[in-house]
Design a protein around this ligand. Sequence first.
Ligand code: NZQ
Ligand code: ZN
Length: 395
Amino acid sequence: MQSFNFKMPTEIIFGRHAEDQVAEKLREYGASRVFIVYGGGSVVKSGLLSRIECQLTSNGLAFQVLGGVQPNPRVALVREGIREALAFKANFILAVGGGSVIDSAKAIAHGTANPGIDVWDFWSGRAKLEKTMMFGSVLTIAAAGSETSDSSVLTNEDTMRKVGLSSPLNRPALAFMNPELTFTVPKKQLVCGIADILMHTLERYFTCDKEENAFTDRVAESLIKTVMETSKTAVENQEDYDAMSEIMWCGSVSHSDLTGLGRHKDFSVHKLGHELSARFDATHGASLSALWGSWAKYIYKDNPARFAKFAQRIFGITDGTDEERAELGIEMMVTYFKNLGVPTSLPELLGAHLSDSELYSLASLATAKDTKRLGTFHPLTRKDAFAIYKLANKE
Ligand code: NZQ
Ligand code: ZN
């Protein structure tokens, strides 16, 4: 096992009526002026936002609200949020929504705490994030894991770049998680969310590290199996509280780092997927399922034993050579994605094949014109990224 630092400071309030504790908890954390961020309106329609507003008012907490965060959240709205939060003198940023809203809230917290710096500079690497403001979330969809993760992903609409920022300061103080709030998530978002949850563990599981990492492997395998077993029930009956609870909790654990501690992470499929979201506004989870099979087929020969272990532990495949088991395991994972109802190729994701020059341009952007390698399993060059996109374009 490799050395690691792990600090997951987020207090999680999980279960029915979790959101009823928002005001009480925020006061406990010293909040008095709360800047609320939400998305395209689902929390207005469900009445969640007004319930939270009433709670804050009756507990003597001042608040101001900013809506309009869109999936693949844009930095322009974040900048507007920073201006408003500064003018309001906010001391707590509360996201009410999914990963896009939480990522925007994280960015608003960072920008408000650092008013002299353009917030995008933290994402582009021009500035180093050294302080932030307290923030938390009321989660309404199980997917990105931003409610516990150390990451925040933004799109800069001027440059068409979608970039993640990793920092311990991205870990929220609080997450309110009531699985009932996810009952209204549109089916497409539900299945894309499930794909994303699985991908956060798959991107950590496939490694070329030589060291054994038995406990972390078992945590990862347990999460993958739980999500795969429960997703059928969740998709068939989205109001199944127990199934949605499992999915929601797995979503938070999957991207908290627990499923990959002590080994190198890969995350190259995420980087390739972000290019598709930046260019085509593709839904995040779908961009990943569309590429994973092609990535796996392209790189598995670097360590077929690792893929064979996955095939055995997840799908019970014991017969054949490492390579045969690896290939069957990849096929079975792709079949799982197909049955879940998420795309497993670029034409399924985008509704059309892409030209070679489009694929090359995506590969070039992902690898910063071949100056950056993606991932650790098989650090991808531009040529590799192009080959993977091309493979996904055929299926
Ligand atoms: O905007 P509203 O109206 O709220 O509707 C949203 C949105 O249209 C809807 N929705 C969410 N909860 C709902 C609901 N509709 C009805 N009822 C509810 N209870 O779902 C749609 C998608 O929302 P979004 O927040 O975009 O979903 P998700 O949680 O999948 O977040 C995706 C974003 O997170 C980033 C992705 O790249 C993408 O930009 N990620 C963030 C990560 C992180 N910070 O750690 C890691 C991930 O790998 C990912 O990159
Ligand atoms: Zn993801």
